[in-house]
Design a protein around this ligand. Structure first.
Ligand SMILES: [Zn+2]
Length: 453
C-alpha cells in the first residue's frame, strides 16, 4: 500500500533547527507516511501534491518538543493538592502513587499525554513512575507520543516511601521493565534503566542497572545532584558515579543542580547527558542563583534537555513556559542578559534535548529523513504579534496554549487545539473522580488556606 502523503503548506515560518538553524519564511513540508521527505519554500514545493494538506498560513512550525523528566501517573488525579510549605512532599507522592489501581493509572496517564501533546511535547521521559505498564500501554497507543519508560527501583531504606527490593530483584525488575517495553508501538516506546538515585541505590544495583541497559543497547536515567555544597574533601556524587562506571553517552542525569566545576568537566569529558527542570527548581526554592549551572554545562559541550517534572512538582507541563524560564532565570541570577538566548532555549527543547535523550537521529529538527514530529503554533493571537522574530516571540511572549496542530510520526494527534484521540472533558471528569477516591483511600489532603464555604 502506498504511504499517505501529507503536506503542511505556506507556514509563516518554519523553524527547522537543522545544522544551519535555517528559518524558512512561507515554507512547506512534505511527509510520506511517518517521514519528512521535503522541506522548503512553498513555491518550490508547489507542484508536489498530497492526499492531505494542512493549511499552515500564519502558523509557526517547530520540531516536536522533548521533555526529559516528567513523572506521569498519579499526579493529574490530585493536581494542586500540596500546600506551598508541605514537608517531605515526595513521601506523600509515592504513597498516593502506590495506592493507584491499574485502571486509574491508565486514565491519569492518558490525561497527562493529552496535556503534553496539546502543549507541543511529542516525546518525554517518565522516570520510572508507571506501575501498571500493561494497562497504560493502550494510552500510549491512542495518544501516539514517544516515551522512555521504565521502573524506578531502590534497594535502600528511604524516607520517600519508595518500594525497597533486594538488590538482585531490583536489577531483575529493571531488566524486565526494559524487555517488556523496548521498541513497542513502532519504536515510539523505549525501555530505559531507571535506578532512582545514588542515595537510595547500592553500588551493586547501580552497576547492575547499567549493565542491563548496555546489554539491551538502551539508556539509563537517575536523579542526580552534585556536591557544590558538600565539604570540599568529599568525593562528589558525580565522581562516585564515574568510579562505578556509570558515566557515559547512554546515561542521562536528571536535575543536575549544585554541580562543582570538576563535576561539569567529568560530565563533559564522558559525554554524559543531562536534564534540567527549571520550573521545579524555582517552585521548590532550589536555588538557581547558587546551584544552577546551565551556562557552564553548555559551555562544556554537554547535551541538556529541559524537563518539567510532574504536575505536582512544577506544576505544569508546558515546554514553552519551561523554555522561557531557562532563558530568563540565568539573565537574572548572573545579572547578565546575554545568558541563555531564546535560540539556545529552543535548542534545549528540540534538537539538543533530542541529543540528550539519544533520539536526534529520528527527531529534534525539521529535516528530510527525520520523523514528522511537528508543532504548528497559531500566531493569529495578540501575544504573538507583531511577528518580527518568531524565535523571540515563541520563547518570551507565547505559551503552549497557542499550539494548534501536532503531528507525531506523521499522524495528527492535536488539531485546532484539541486532542484527536480522546474525549477530553469526559476523561477529565473520570480522572477527578479517581482523585477523590485516592484521597479517601490514602487520607492524604490538606485544608484550603482560605475558607471554602
Ligand atoms: Zn523525578
Amino acid at each position: 500500500m502506498p504511504l499517505q502523503v501529507t503536506k503542511i503548506e505556506h507556514a509563516r515560518f518554519l523553524l527547522t533547527l537543522d545544522e544551519r538553524r535555517r528559518i524558512i519564511e512561507d515554507g512547506s513540508i512534505l511527509i510520506e507516511g511517518d517521514t519528512i521527505v521535503a522541506v522548503g519554500k512553498a513555491a518550490e514545493l508547489a507542484e508536489r501534491g498530497a492526499e492531505r494538506t494542512i493549511d499552515a498560513r500564519e502558523m509557526v512550525v517547530t520540531p516536536g518538543m522533548t521533555n526529559g523528566h516528567m513523572h506521569v501517573s498519579y499526579a493529574h488525579a490530585v493536581r494542586g493538592i500540596f500546600p506551598d510549605d508541605v514537608e517531605n512532599r515526595l513521601a506523600y507522592v509515592f504513597q498516593m502513587q502506590s495506592a493507584m489501581t491499574a485502571e486509574e493509572e491508565h486514565d491519569t496517564t492518558l490525561l497527562g499525554l493529552v496535556e503534553l501533546l496539546k502543549g507541543g511535547t511529542t516525546c518525554f521521559v517518565d522516570p520510572g513512575s508507571t506501575r501498571f505498564f500493561e494497562s497504560t500501554l493502550p494510552a500510549y497507543e491512542s495518544a501516539g507520543c514517544r516515551v522512555m519508560i521504565g521502573e524506578h527501583v531502590t534497594d535502600q531504606e528511604n524516607a520517600l516511601n519508595l518500594p525497597v527490593y533486594e538488590t538482585d530483584e531490583a536489577v531483575r525488575r529493571t531488566e524486565a521493565s526494559i524487555e517488556r517495553a523496548h521498541g513497542l508501538l513502532d519504536g515510539r516506546v523505549r525501555g530505559w534503566a531507571m535506578p532512582f538515585s545514588l542515595q537510595v541505590c547500592s553500588a551493586d544495583l547501580l552497576q547492575g542497572a547499567s549493565r542491563v541497559a548496555r546489554e539491551h543497547a538502551t539508556m539509563l536515567t537517575l536523579h542526580h545532584f552534585g556536591g557544590l555544597f558538600a565539604p570540599p574533601d568529599d568525593v562528589t556524587p558525580t565522581a562516585q558515579l564515574q568510579n562505578l562506571g556509570l558515566l557515559g553517552e547512554t546515561t542521562v542525569l536528571s536535575h543536575v543542580m549544585n554541580l562543582t566545576d570538576d563535576e561539569i568537566d567529568l560530565i563533559g569529558q564522558t559525554g554524559t547527558k543531562t536534564v534540567m527542570c527549571p520550573s521545579t527548581v524555582l517552585k521548590g526554592g532550589g536555588g538557581i542563583a547558587q546551584g544552577g549551572r546551565l551556562p557552564e554545562l553548555l559551555e562544556a559541550g554537554v547535551d541538556v534537555a529541559l524537563g518539567t517534572d510532574s504536575v505536582n512538582s512544577s506544576n505544569y507541563l508546558d515546554m514553552v513556559r519551561a523554555m522561557n524560564l531557562a532563558a530568563v532565570v540565568y539573565k537574572d541570577s548572573r545579572q547578565d542578559p546575554s545568558q541563555i538566548s531564546a535560540e539556545t532555549a529552543l535548542e534545549l527543547a528540540t534538537i539538543r534535548g533530542a541529543r540528550a535523550l539519544g533520539i536526534d537521529d529520528l527527531v529534534g529538527s525539521i529535516e528530510v529523513g527525520k520523523r514528522a514530529d511537528l508543532v504548528l503554533f497559531d500566531t493569529k493571537r495578540p501575544e504573538w504579534r507583531s511577528l518580527t522574530n518568531p524565535v523571540r516571540n515563541l520563547v518570551y511572549s507565547a505559551s503552549g496554549d497557542s499550539v494548534d496542530t501536532v503531528l507525531v510520526d506523521g499522524r495528527v494527534v492535536v488539531e485546532g487545539g484539541r486532542a484527536t484521540f480522546t474525549d477530553e472533558w469526559r476523561l477529565i471528569q473520570t480522572v477527578e473522580a479517581h482523585g477523590a477516591r485516592i484521597r479517601e483511600r490514602t487520607g492524604v489532603g490538606w485544608d484550603s488556606v482560605w475558607p471554602v464555604e
